[in-house]
Design a protein around this ligand. Structure first.
Ligand code: 5AD
Length: 453
């Protein structure tokens, strides 16, 4: 049996795509192994959002190629965003690649691998690369299968593919194509099936989830297609928690704010990418909102759901970002007090407007310093928030055994904080009360509160 190892770079969408590929491969008789050294086939599912992510995957492929020179039947594949972004140029650079698969063709991987392996058997190892980078109508419905066997207490569900925004820094519209939405029926059927196998929490995935269905499904009673979808998912019996990532501030309308008050399964945690706290830079990024509007969304959400936690994405060192622009980002970042944030140093992506038309003029050292300043603020807020939770009792969904510690389990609070506590296997998938006893910057420690029956 052919053994496949899949290494994933980048975002949750990539994780989800890898999982779907793993499931399709298992159906086809391949086995998925947890270590590349046990594998006959290594697939890299890649990211293109920053140069560093691409360089990592390219370096890894070069490394794997050394093994291939010793073992010519070893198969190397590159899938996903970098494959789509760089295309056949990658094969010129990495001639040992057997497989190059774009973001709309994940479902073709098993059949392509079959072909490569059959060819090797018939003709012996011969350098040539099987490539499929085309777009495919309906491919948004192909990210649907989940790994069998292993129970997923918390599962990712892809609701759409692609992005119609034009943020000047971003490569994603090129790598993922225009927006395409799955049908609500198909999404709900997938979730019902997951729930029947023990899933209790879903995280809905899309580049911009709140534009779900926008150009296909009508508003009903003032509610956007995305809120309609949330309502349907909220009604699924046996499902306990709903999360999603990422919404865009532009489409964060009143109906979505109110959903946090109305849908009990919708968890009080929002990942809302800010990118910059300077209106001038937001404009240059072609992000169609202002700082005032961003703040207003945060305030509205806190009114509806006082417990709500926020996380965000920030880019420091965008072309033309002055000390004053950065100071505005820093002050807003501090004012909002994000619970979590992903902070990125601007990285020009070839083919994007900011790379073509603007100069990457913020020195690396300044980017580093700005990055560090925000990380320090984040650490401060995160610690403060965790300390405030000390002694409180949180409702925790028990997900899995913790990596370290006998009898320790990992769960999450509604606000998405990880908690480690002693429990037993039979509580996996249950919502349990846990008293928080200790904290670090990222993780909470707790004790199960015994319930008297
Ligand atoms: N440089 C740095 N960060 C970027 N992001 C997207 N493109 C770039 C880039 N060119 C960040 C944004 C986005 C997150 C997924 O990655 O903050 O929200």
């Amino acid at each position: 049996m052919n053994r496949v190892y899949i290494k994933t770079y980048g975002c949750q969408m990539n994780e989800r795509d890898s999982e779907a590929v793993a499931s399709l491969l298992t159906d086809r008789g391949y086995s998925i192994v947890p270590d590349e050294h046990q594998a006959d086939v290594v697939l890299l599912n890649t990211c293109a959002v920053r140069d560093q992510a691409e360089q990592k995957a390219i370096g890894k492929t070069g490394h794997l190629a050394k093994r291939k020179r010793k073992d010519p039947n070893f198969v190397i594949g590159v899938m996903g965003c970098m494959a789509q972004n760089r295309g056949e140029e990658l094969v010129d650079r990495l001639p040992d690649l057997d497989l190059l698969v774009g973001t709309q063709k994940f479902h073709r991987v098993p059949e392509m691998l079959d072909q490569i392996i059959a060819r090797q058997k018939a003709l012996g190892p011969k350098p040539s690369t099987l490539i499929d980078l085309a777009s495919e109508e309906g491919s948004e419905e192909t990210i649907r299968d989940h790994t069998e066997g292993e129970r997923q207490v918390s599962a990712f569900v892809s609701i759409m593919q692609g992005c119609n925004m034009h943020c000047t820094f971003c490569i994603v519209p090129k790598t993922r194509g225009p927006e395409r939405y799955r049908s609500m029926d198909s999404i709900c059927a997938e979730i019902e099936e997951l729930v029947s196998k023990g899933t209790r929490e879903v995280t809905l995935l899309g580049q911009i989830v709140n534009s779900y269905g926008m150009r296909q499904i009508p508003f009903v009673g003032g509610k956007s297609p995305f809120v309609q979808l949330l309502e349907r998912i909220n009604a699924i019996d046996g499902l306990e928690r709903i999360r999603f990532t990422s919404p865009h501030p532009r489409g964060f309308q009143r109906d979505l704010v109110e959903a946090y008050g109305e849908l009990p399964k919708l968890m009080p945690y929002v990942h809302l990418p800010l990118q910059s706290g300077s209106d001038r830079i937001l404009k240059a990024m072609r992000r169609p909102y202002t700082v005032r509007r961003f703040r207003e969304i945060v305030t509205q959400l806190r009114e509806v759901q006082p417990e709500i936690c926020f996380s965000t994405d920030i880019i420091v060192g965008f072309p033309g970002e002055t000390d004053e622009d950065f100071a505005m980002t820093r002050d807003l970042f501090d004012e909002i007090g994000f619970d979590m944030a992903f902070i990125f140093k601007y990285s020009p992506r070839s083919g994007t407007p900011s790379a073509e038309e603007m100069v990457d003029d913020v020195p690396q050292a300044v980017k580093e310093a700005r990055n560090q300043e925000l990380l320090d603020i984040l650490g401060k807020h995160s610690l403060r928030r965790n300390q405030a939770m000390q002694g409180t009792i949180q409702e925790v969904l028990v997900e899995q055994p913790a990596r370290k510690g006998e009898g320790k389990f990992l769960g999450r609070t509604p606000g998405n904080r990880k908690v480690i506590f002693s429990a037993s296997e039979r509580l996996i998938g249950e919502l349990v009360p846990v008293q928080i006893t200790d904290t670090s910057v990222t993780t909470l420690l707790g004790e199960l509160v015994l319930q008297h029956v």
